[in-house]
Design a protein around this ligand. Structure first.
Ligand SMILES: *[C@@H]1O[C@H](CO)[C@@H](O)[C@H](O)[C@H]1NC(C)=O
Ligand SMILES: *[C@@H]1O[C@H](CO)[C@@H](O)[C@H](O)[C@H]1NC(C)=O
Length: 162
């Protein structure tokens, strides 16, 4: 019996080491103490990274108005970082795809992928994002609120009539 317990403890220790060795990109808990922590870059909170090296802690605050971008592991503009640290769209639970940025009148669209915000893309001059085509398009072919296309601008396919 005691042998199994020892074996179990060993397995747990090995698992714990393994877990610590992986890059912790989604570290939610602030952890500023590098004692017993594998070398690497960690998130402190929305405004701070810290780097562990040989169990010493180097504090890396984000400069200026920048906040922690958890996906990229760098400091970034607030409007490019999803909540809670920034003001970018919250893609959690959103179907993968491109979405119009209504705050900029659809001159931009943003991409959600795997529940993550993947940045904004600007349409070419004078075009607006058309969600129906998943592409940038002439304003007269884009429905309101961004464009001024009438509801009937797209011909209905015969198999969808009725
Ligand atoms: C890490 O720190 C310990 C104690 O501070 C020191 O003895 C050791 O040489 C250091 N190792 C490296 C690789 O810097
Ligand atoms: C993001 O959206 C999800 C799904 O609606 C929600 O559960 C979560 O609380 C939101 N996160 C923030 C920080 O608003």
């Amino acid at each position: 019996m005691i042998r199994y317990i020892i074996l179990l403890i060993c397995v747990c220790v090995v698992l714990a080491q393994f877990k610590r060795g992986k890059p912790r990109r989604k570290s939610a808990k602030p952890r500023w103490d590098c004692t017993d922590i594998v070398d690497g870059l960690y998130i402190g909170d929305c405004l701070n990274f810290y780097r562990c090296k040989n169990e010493t802690t180097e504090h890396l605050p984000c400069p200026g108005n920048l906040v922690v971008n958890e996906r990229q592991m760098w400091c970034d503009y607030k409007d490019l970082v999803p909540p809670p640290c920034g003001t970018a769209p919250n893609c959690t639970g959103i179907i993968d795809g491109n979405y119009p940025d209504y705050t900029r009148k659809c001159q931009y669209y943003y991409t959600c992928l795997h529940d993550d915000f993947y940045g904004y893309t600007k349409c070419a001059a004078n075009l607006l994002f058309n969600p129906e085509k998943n592409n940038c398009d002439w304003p007269f072919l884009v429905k309101p609120p961004c464009g001024d296309a009438a509801e009937s601008v797209y011909p209905v396919k015969p198999d969808r009539v009725g």
